[in-house]
Design a protein around this ligand. Structure first.
Ligand code: SF4
Ligand code: SF4
Length: 218
């Protein structure tokens, strides 16, 4: 999922400027899980903006916000409100915000969140959640050679052919609170009887495989 963090309200207000009438868009998928763009967060944002004299003409949590079809449906169902509104405040990821920009013409689009990374959910409770980046979408997955553990993402140097030698007490020399991922890979390859993979040379990452922007037909 896409991990997002809500922007500081002052930054959001600076984007909105002196415009008053606002429509809030959230996302039922990732942003709801991250508590940055679900029903509750939209309600709280409405209250915060009201304190600054802003008027929320409508709000909707889309399922999901990154679907052009969902945004088109929203516009169809809110034709009159959209005429009055000056700003679309998107509390989705950057993809959701751009879906709004693509469909909703003539309105200022404001991002309410920063999109951080594609991540795993490692803890989710009422009091707090934890997300970790495990894949950086390199478009050339090497997990079959590394015991299902990604050095491209989890080694801060992105090393593909073994450790840098800087680890101390199994901890990474860059992020001292994290295990060196290559030691983790070594242990996993030992456990599954594929330690020979450590000796296979892996070609440098081919960055042309994920040149941006990408698209896909299936
Ligand atoms: S190698 Fe790592 S970054 Fe690349 S696709 Fe696989 S998990 Fe993602
Ligand atoms: S200590 Fe391990 S994880 Fe850290 S940079 Fe070196 S090889 Fe990568």
């Amino acid at each position: 999922m896409i991990i997002t963090r809500q922007k500081d309200i002052n930054k959001i207000l600076a984007f909105i400027g002196d415009r008053t009438n606002i429509f809030l868009i959230g996302c039922k998928s990732c942003a709801t899980t991250c508590k940055t763009g679900g029903e509750k967060e939209l309600d709280k944002m409405e209250d915060k903006l009201a304190l600054h004299g802003k008027k929320i003409l409508g709000k909707k949590v889309l399922d999901p916000a990154c679907s052009i079809l969902e945004v088109k449906r929203l516009v169809r169902e809110n034709k009159e409100v959209m005429k009055e509104c000056e700003v679309i405040l998107s509390m989705a990821c950057g993809g959701g915000t751009q879906a709004a920009a693509e469909v909703i013409e003539g309105k200022k689009i404001v991002p309410g969140n920063d999109s951080l990374f594609q991540g795993e959910i490692t803890r989710i409770t009422a009091t707090g959640s934890h997300f970790e980046q495990k894949c950086s979408l390199c478009a050339d997955c090497m997990l079959g050679e590394t015991g299902g553990i990604c050095p491209v993402t989890r080694c801060p140097k992105g090393l593909r052919n073994g450790p840098c030698g800087g680890a101390k007490n199994r901890k990474c020399e860059i992020h001292k609170d994290l295990d060196c991922v290559w030691i983790t890979i070594y242990k996993r390859l030992t456990d599954i009887g594929e330690l020979k993979n450590m000796y296979n040379y892996k070609e440098p990452r081919d960055f042309t495989r994920n040149k941006q922007p990408q698209s896909l037909d299936i």
